[in-house]
Write a protein that binds this ligand. Structure first.
Ligand SMILES: Cc1ncc(COP(=O)(O)O)c(C=O)c1O
Length: 383
């Protein structure tokens, strides 16, 4: 049996998305930016605009506030570097958290070299930000707040609405990395006072290498790539039209099926939680309630995550250690360290992330294999 439980790293592209995309690689291949008079190119353009509309609708924003990018990493880079570039002369401060994805943390390192001050909010043992700390950290020099919506490793959902309110009251731009949450849990950009929001299609059964940045109208953001006139002169480069159309289709599907998926992954996650509760020495990381429905981060006493991952993979089960995005990184996860896990326990942590294609019988199989593995590895481990 092949059981894929690493959906936070990437998801299988939905067949309906693939079907929709395929003709934009074949007969409808034209580039609408340069084939002005071609009816085929017109069709491509219309479909890309439909995609924009689908994203906008789900976020409760206007269509012309959606910009297509190459994915979450580019959207995060653009949000932060774009605001920094627009404030080049006066510089200023950016507030973020130490548990952001590397696409944000590494970008902040660059922007720091450009002369901007970076401040980090503390997080509690669940990885949760306290909005009161934000109030204390904001100054007249604060330009931008960047706090992720949901954490990719431990699933904790941050108090985005409260953060957005504080940002608005203080006239500070608010960016959120919504790569793990968009199309999985509800987001209302207006209600949450979000100014910039990053998404990535491959996290919700869309294609890889395509994403979007929502930019609230009126926000002064510079392009961070120079080139042609695409995306209202703000994001150059020939459109990845099949990818963009695939993203739109994935959003349309999620709009209709998100609730059903939530129920299904929560049910299967509970099957694992119920089993795990009966095994001593396993701790669930992240917030007990305010968490992504599909994420389960487990720290297993006396069982090394790499050993567990290898054993599970031999049995056809794919999960990840800490963050899948940095699986090649052998040092302990920065998120787990920040929430207070000592190195040894961080190295004993696996992340299970469910998706809409998982089946109950796969979870039953996982539970059997996992419990047996924990028992055997502990028998072999030094006391
Ligand atoms: C929270 C978060 N932000 C950004 C990214 C990067 O997205 P992409 O893979 O589309 O570049 C990821 C990917 O894992 C993520 O989980």
């Amino acid at each position: 049996m092949y059981v894929y439980l690493n959906n936070a790293a990437t998801t299988k592209t939905d067949g309906r998305v693939l079907f929709k995309m395929s003709k934009y690689y074949s007969e409808l291949f034209e580039n609408p930016m340069t084939s002005n008079y071609s009816p085929l190119a017109k069709n491509v353009e219309e479909e890309m605009e439909n995609s924009r509309e689908n994203v906008a609708k789900l976020l409760n924003v206007k269509r012309d506030e959606i910009y297509f990018t190459s994915g979450g990493t580019e959207s995060d880079n653009w949000a932060i570097k774009g605001i920094a570039l627009s404030n080049w002369d006066k510089k200023g401060e950016i507030i973020s958290t130490p548990i952001e994805h590397m696409a944000v943390l590494k970008t902040l390192e660059t922007v720091k070299k450009w002369g901007f001050d970076i401040k980090f909010l503390p997080v509690d043992k669940y990885g949760m930000v306290d909005p009161e700390d934000l109030k204390k950290l904001i100054t007249k020099k604060t330009l931008l707040i960047s706090v992720m919506h949901a954490n990719n490793e431990i699933g904790t959902i941050e108090p985005i609405e409260e953060i957005g309110k504080i940002a608005k009251e203080n006239g500070v731009i608010f960016h959120t990395d919504s790569v793990q949450s968009f199309c999985h849990i509800d987001i209302d950009v207006n209600k949450m006072n979000i100014d910039l929001l990053s998404i990535s299609a491959h996290k919700f059964y869309g294609p890889k290498g395509v994403g979007s940045l929502y930019i609230r109208k009126g926000i002064d953001i510079s392009p961070f790539m120079d080139g042609g006139h695409q995306e209202n002169e703000l994001r150059s480069g020939t459109h990845n039209s099949p990818g963009i159309i695939g993203l739109g289709e994935a959003v349309k599907i999620a709009t209709n099926e998100m609730e059903e998926e939530k129920k299904s992954v929560l049910f299967m996650k509970k099957m694992i939680e119920d089993r795990v509760k009966n095994i001593e020495g396993i701790n669930i990381n992240g917030h007990p309630e305010k968490r992504l429905p599909n994420n389960l981060s487990l720290t297993i006493d006396r069982v090394n995550a790499e050993t567990m991952l290898t054993y599970l993979a031999v049995n056809g089960i794919i999960v990840s250690a800490g963050s899948a995005c940095s699986a090649k990184e052998k040092s302990a996860s920065h998120v787990l360290k920040t929430i207070g896990l000592p190195d040894e326990l961080a190295h004993n942590t696996i992340r299970i992330s469910l998706g809409k294609f998982n089946l109950v019988k796969e979870i039953e199989y996982f539970n059997e294999v996992f419990e047996y593995g924990v028992k055997k590895f502990r028998e072999m481990a030094p006391k």
